[in-house]
Design a protein around this ligand. Structure first.
Ligand SMILES: [Zn+2]
Length: 374
């Protein structure tokens, strides 16, 4: 399957999966503010909540639907529920575009007639799209999944195959998705939802897309049950760099990260803007060791993602080379000799090992003055 120009939908789960993060809860107003940013970010789908969980979720979803109508978002508003009539009835009252029903494969094989009745019941309501999530993909072979989906493929728009326990591996998971994609009607979009228990949530999501999945479920900051799922921004940036078509407003999405970071820090002390985070962390533009800083100054260091527009930085410490020191003085507009650069570099290494810290660029002038006086 060609990777180029295929359109991939980002299905943001921050307002459902994200709220399964231990200890994290948003007020109804906060839910609305996040939904607004997601709509403005142009994510394909917004999972607005799980209305059966509590009346506040029902209210939040209702308000998100009103917000979409008022602001004219393109994002499809979805609500999550169990595959049975009381949940379907409740969600139908909300006017969402899509219902997202979850079920296990065993439920399907135990009584597929009953499940068909429930999906038919949902079809009779005014949903534009019906989505079915079949939980725990890792427990089942592709042939079993295909057999299950085929039972209902003419009644569904999207089937998501979540790696609910985070046990899948990129190669085998993507092969499983490829087989499902090949054998299921093209009218049904195949989605993935990958938990990050083994740190493979992002890798599983991306390889599944490369092998044919049409939709990927993500959250801002990758938050969610246990240690979460694939991160919305990382998924978008990687898919974009691989040549897939997405339709994200990056500036707005970054605003969402700032907003959510304030909330997660306040409520549970969790920073989703971790400096070491792959793809998006600030330290991806900070260089330390001589070989790396030399590459940066020679212009050979290609930034991983130009779109984030991070400014390059250098940390001065035990592994710093002379070039980094020379460039730092150049930045400060202070002329120095080659000998002085070497002496300052050695002093930086001494300070770093003695005081167990980096040396700031602002300290260089006084270090140089001390060296000149000695
Ligand atoms: Zn999940």
């Amino acid at each position: 399957m060609s990777d180029k120009k295929r359109e991939i939908s980002l299905f943001d789960e921050t307002l459902r999966e994200g709220l399964q993060t231990p200890g994290l809860i948003f007020s109804v107003d906060e839910n609305i503010e996040i939904a607004k940013i997601l709509g403005e970010s142009k994510v394909g789908f917004i999972q607005a909540g799980y209305p059966s969980a509590h009346k506040s979720e029902f209210k939040a979803v209702e308000k998100i639907v009103n917000l979409k109508n008022k602001e004219n978002f393109d994002s499809i508003i979805s609500a999550h529920g169990r595959c049975y009539k009381p949940d379907i009835r409740k969600i139908a009252r909300l006017g969402v575009d899509q219902i997202d029903l979850h079920i296990t494969l065993n439920d399907i094989f135990k009584d597929n007639k009953e499940i068909k009745k429930e999906i038919k019941f949902a079809r009779e309501k005014e949903f534009k799209k019906i989505k079915l999530s079949i939980l725990e993909t890792s427990k089942h072979s592709s042939s079993k999944l295909i057999r299950a989906i085929k039972e209902f493929e003419d009644m569904l728009d999207i089937v998501t195959l979540p790696d609910t326990s985070g046990k899948e591996y990129p190669l085998s998971f993507s092969e499983k998705i490829a087989k499902v994609r090949k054998n299921v009607s093209k009218n049904v979009k195949i989605g993935v939802h990958c938990h990050n228990d083994r740190g493979l949530g992002l890798a599983n999501s991306i390889t599944a897309i490369q092998k044919g999945a049409d939709l990927v479920e993500t959250t801002i900051g990758g938050i969610g049950e246990r240690n979460g799922i694939a991160d919305t921004l990382c998924c978008y940036l990687i898919l974009d760099s691989l040549g897939f078509k997405t339709n994200i407003n990056l500036r707005k999405l970054l605003e969402g990260y700032e907003k959510l970071n304030r909330l997660t820090e306040k409520r549970i002390g969790l920073s989703i803007l971790n400096k070491r985070k792959p793809i998006t962390g600030d330290w991806l533009a900070t260089h330390t060791a001589g070989t790396h800083t030399n590459k940066k100054y020679s212009g050979r260091m290609k930034k991983l993602d130009e779109k984030l527009n991070r400014s390059d930085d250098v940390s001065l410490g035990i592994y710093s080379g002379k070039r980094a020191v020379k460039e730092a003085f150049k930045n400060l507009g202070i002329p120095v000799s080659t000998k002085e650069v070497k002496m300052v570099r050695d002093t930086i290494k001494d300070i770093s090992t003695r005081e167990l810290r980096d040396v700031e660029e602002e300290e260089l002038q006084s270090l140089l003055e001390k060296i000149r006086k000695s």
